[in-house]
Design a protein around this ligand. Structure first.
Ligand code: FAD
Length: 522
């Protein structure tokens, strides 16, 4: 009873603050005490994200049990006199507060009570999942049928709605495209509270808008994801390069192979001086025997590049045949002789590799620290300039986290979606995944790493490198207009159509809410 009274008083407070033209009991239709929470721990966890650089408190947190719960809440915000911000939150793995909702309501999509389980169609090779489902749980469900999604992120404790709102990329993207290229259909709650099913050929404007739409046009409550037969094992190989042009030449060659034997995954990373070839993202080499750059005959350079490739296979095809296939592919590459490192593991263990590293970092207290990450798409024609200016220039010899680099084919991306990529057939992801540690080492402080990020962006600007941020973070509308470039008018028109009051995902800071008086911290 006391809990109910507390809830009612919190709801009254919300109603007074946002000026809803409602009776308090109406909001109970939206959120029963099981769904709308004013609990301190819920508010606190929704006010932080993986970036750990900014705390913004919502008024309440909704734990939806269905798309109707999401729709009822958004409708309430849309129809209320003053409006209030509503942000879907997947697993809160953004860096810059993208799923926060100042003085509004955060809808906690992942782990929400009453969500339904993934439903697999073996015949049509797809799975229907709740928008807050984590990719690890999607994988576990589909594997029961010997099937798996085709395109991944490196880390699986991310929500389906969260990655589809960005793109969802990993080493399979060169071949299958990003995750948004592998979705048949989504169910979306728009900024007006309407529940709409959309696909390439059905309400296609909304479908394309939400793919990579940064949560601006609707909340994804269900997604239908394409599947393929799941491989059983993975041969995972790393080879080293001292020459950047040799490294990128081989990466670009590997992603150009069509209709012939090829690797299933192509990534890579940069190792600067003093770095170990192991990093937290994956302890591939024996931890008891870490490999130092200086131990490799690298031709005197300060920086090494590691190509990371995999070949999937089925147990029944036998280890000899996979040996031969891998050998034939490796023969075409120009890595440092003797620098081949190979391991073999079950498919699931490969896909879930980053989680192992997470557990290790957590045990050392190194996971919940600030993460000033910077992800850039760099056009192929300028990647060598980027190497000179950033890897061999701005970055010091202590990078405080993995630096990924891998190319993708633009023809696997649908230009009708909301994502922006450089205007070249091939572009690279460069991901600076660094952790700030206030442990006395100046090179690793948040201030220092943030300053380096600014210098990298300035360098790209001044030299017209033509980069686009992935998981973008901008703070003014002008910066967003520059980010979207010629796509901005379409992006703006879609916003006016699907979220005219600018209720959704205000944490992205793209559109000023139409209820500014209530959200001064926007
Ligand atoms: P949140 O951070 O909770 O939300 C992100 C944005 O999407 C917010 O604006 C939010 O409002 C919106 N949103 C969330 N759910 C929905 C929904 N259902 N409908 C509409 N909008 C929604 N990304 C890659 O592409 N490849 C990688 O390999 C990769 N690896 C990562 C590894 C780690 C350790 C981490 C922390 C992140 C990684 N990411 C990667 C980035 C990741 O894709 C983004 O953080 C993304 O936001 C997903 O996180 P989330 O599900 O926690 O979403």
């Amino acid at each position: 009873m006391a809990a109910k009274l507390l809830l009612l008083s919190a709801i009254c407070r919300l109603i007074v603050i946002v000026g809803l033209t409602l009776h308090p009991t109406d909001i109970l239709l939206v959120g029963t005490e099981n769904q709308l929470s004013f609990n301190r721990s819920d508010i606190q966890s929704a006010s932080l994200d993986f970036g750990r650089m900014k705390t913004v408190e919502p008024m309440a947190v909704l734990h939806p049990a269905s798309a109707s719960d999401v729709s009822n809440l958004v409708k309430l915000a849309f129809e209320s006199a003053h409006g209030f911000a509503v942000s879907a939150r997947g697993h809160g793995h953004s860096i810059n507060g993208q799923s926060q909702a100042a003085n509004g309501v955060v809808i906690q999509m992942s782990g929400s009570r009453g969500r339904w389980s993934p439903e697999v169609s073996e015949k049509l090779m797809y799975v229907d999942v709740w928008g807050g489902e984590l990719w690890i749980d999607v994988l576990k469900s589909t594997l029961q049928y010997g099937l798996a999604p085709k395109s991944w992120t490196d880390y699986l404790y991310l929500s389906v709605g969260g990655t589809l709102s960005n793109a969802g990329i990993s080493g399979q993207a060169f071949n299958h495209g990003p995750q948004i290229s592998n979705v048949h259909e989504v169910e979306v709650v728009t900024g007006k509270g309407e529940v709409v099913t959309c696909a390439e050929d059905k309400n296609s404007e909304l479908f394309h808008a939400v793919m990579g739409g940064l949560g601006q046009f609707g909340i994804i409550t269900r997604a239908r994801i394409a599947l393929e037969p799941a491989p059983q094992r993975v041969r995972w190989i790393r080879v080293l390069y001292s020459s950047f042009s040799g490294f990128t030449h081989d990466q670009e060659y590997l992603i150009s192979l069509h209709g012939q034997p090829k690797f299933d995954y192509v990534e890579g990373f940069v190792i600067v001086d003093e770095g170990l070839i192991n990093n937290w993202r994956s302890s591939f080499f024996s931890p008891s025997n870490p490999i130092k750059i200086s131990s490799i005959n690298a031709g005197g350079g300060n920086v090494l590049y590691c190509l990371e490739i995999t070949k999937n296979y089925y147990q029944h095809s036998g280890p000899e045949s996979i040996d031969q296939e891998v050998e034939a592919l490796l023969q075409k590459l120009n890595y440092i002789p003797g620098s081949v490192f190979t391991t073999d593991l079950p498919y699931v263990d490969f896909l879930d590799r980053v989680h192992k590293a997470e557990l290790k970092l957590r045990s050392k207290g190194l996971w919940d620290v600030p993460h000033p990450w910077l992800n850039l798409f760099v056009p192929k024609s300028r990647i060598a300039d980027f190497d000179q200016g950033v890897f061999k220039g701005i970055l010091g010899n202590k990078t405080s986290g993995p630096i990924l680099i891998y190319p993708m084919n633009k023809n696997k991306w649908d230009d009708k979606t909301s994502v922006v990529t450089p205007n070249e057939d091939v572009f690279y992801l460069v991901a600076l995944l660094r952790s700030a540690l206030e442990n006395g080492e100046e090179a690793l402080t948040l201030e220092r790493l943030s300053d380096e990020n600014r210098r990298i962006l300035n360098f790209c600007n001044e030299n017209n490198i033509g980069v686009k941020q992935y998981l973008p973070h901008h703070t003014t509308q002008q910066e967003w207009m520059d980010h979207y470039g010629e796509k901005w008018p379409q992006f703006y028109k879609r916003k006016m159509e699907f979220d005219p009051r600018h209720i959704l995902a205000t944490g992205q800071k793209i559109f000023e809410p139409s209820f500014t008086s209530m959200t001064r911290s926007w």
